[in-house]
Design a protein around this ligand. Structure first.
Ligand SMILES: [Zn+2]
Length: 388
């Protein structure tokens, strides 16, 4: 076991794979299941570290692709690492950039490379910022993450695109070869530190697309590398709760129960979070709650703990509010009566938020992001209480 890290399952649900756990990192304890907001460029958009801790956020995700391009991982290192740079004292997880550089064309406006070419040794890509050319290899992705200094770092992988089974196998096998290169680079990084820098835990990523045999093969490969944690990635994860649950159920029995399981990119909707937790996820992350907030979409509704298809049925009867709608112009209610976030607790009305949104006032982005982040955090806290 890596110094400063441990994971234990506190209690497991009877009917589902849901479990409550404790993940210790050099920057503190994370009670799982946990939702990780995404701080793409070293900031969860519109929110300061104090806002995040007040909202009950325990751990953040940072993006290697973005931080490498700007301000640069060596600059972050010189400035004391990502924790110090962004003044967040809790745990951080960084992705490897693999998803961004292999998801060309996706969400171009949100900062994905404008060109990328994958070969067996790495990925060459064109920056979305200035069109400059760059190259990531598994070794480089690990060294960048060493510079950023997150507690948990991810192996460099190819997010399997929906291009048929032959390609899914090809991408999976390449991801496996890259995992071995990441592991050997990570071991070198850890040896280099000699106690001068905090240890970082490397998680491996199961790929294999939406194919049961490939997923199982990938799970066996990743598990055999005996890493601190295991992630499940790819386009089929997080798209809808049923497909995600099915993918996870294929490999669940192959995974060691004493490793944290991270479902990557899950959490667009509250139902996705519930589905992920019920199928055994300990960590989830999604950029959607803050992105949706900025677009005017605010979560509403509540979890009811009834036995159902996944062990619960979730009822978000009122669903998401689109605060841009004219019907909120004179609506004096808070976003969600059951919410304890700063925005709802202070009594900011839907009418006021509607006004701020229409006026493009900066306060809107903070109040809306606080609500959506707290909503997801509260949901996972509620799930944890229910499990316990
Ligand atoms: Zn709220």
């Amino acid at each position: 076991m890596l110094k400063g890290f441990s994971f234990s399952v506190v209690v497991k649900a009877h009917k589902t794979r849901a479990r409550a756990g404790e993940l210790y990192t050099p920057h503190g304890l994370v009670r799982t299941p946990v939702f990780m907001p995404v701080g793409t460029a070293g900031s969860v958009k519109a929110l300061a570290p104090g806002d995040l801790s007040d909202a009950g956020v325990q751990i953040l995700l940072g993006n290697t692709y973005h931080l490498y391009l700007r301000p640069g991982d060596t600059a972050v290192r010189r400035l004391g690492g990502l924790h110090r740079f962004m003044a967040w004292t809790g745990p951080i997880l960084t992705d490897s950039g693999g998803y961004q550089v292999s998801s060309l064309g996706k969400f171009r406006d949100e900062g994905f490379p404008v060109m990328s070419r994958i070969d067996d040794h790495g990925v060459t890509f064109k920056s979305h910022l200035d069109g400059s050319m760059h190259r990531f290899t598994p070794e480089k992705a690990i060294r960048i993450q060493e510079n950023l200094g997150a507690d948990i770092i991810m192996a460099f992988d190819e997010a399997t695109p929906a291009r048929g089974k032959a390609y899914a196998r090809h991408a999976m096998e390449r991801t496996h070869r890259w995992l071995d290169r990441c592991v050997s680079e990570w071991k070198k990084c850890e040896e280099r530190k000699q106690g001068k820098a905090l240890p970082q835990a490397l998680f491996g990523i199961i790929q294999g697309g939406n194919y049961r045999d490939l997923r199982c093969e990938s799970a066996e490969f990743v598990v055999s590398r005996d890493l601190m944690g295991i992630a499940i990635g790819g386009a089929s994860i997080g798209k809808n709760p049923e497909e995600t649950a099915e993918n996870v159920s294929w490999v669940a029995d192959l995974l060691p129960s004493n490793n944290p399981l991270y479902l990557m990119g899950v959490g667009v909707n509250p139902e996705d979070v519930i589905g992920a937790v019920l199928c055994g996820a300990d960590l989830i992350d999604c950029v959607a709650p803050t992105r949706l907030a900025r677009m005017g979409h605010l979560y509403s509704g509540k979890l009811r703990g009834k036995a159902g298809k996944w062990g619960f049925t979730s009822e978000f009867s009122r669903g998401r509010l689109n605060i841009d709608q004219a019907r909120f112009r004179l609506d004096d209610h808070v976003i969600d009566e059951g919410c304890d976030c700063y925005t709802c607790a202070m009594g900011f009305s839907r009418a006021y938020l509607h006004h701020l949104f229409r006026s493009r006032e900066l306060l809107y982005y903070r109040l809306a992001s606080l609500h959506n982040v707290r909503f997801m955090v509260r949901l996972t806290e509620g799930l944890r209480r229910t499990i316990v």
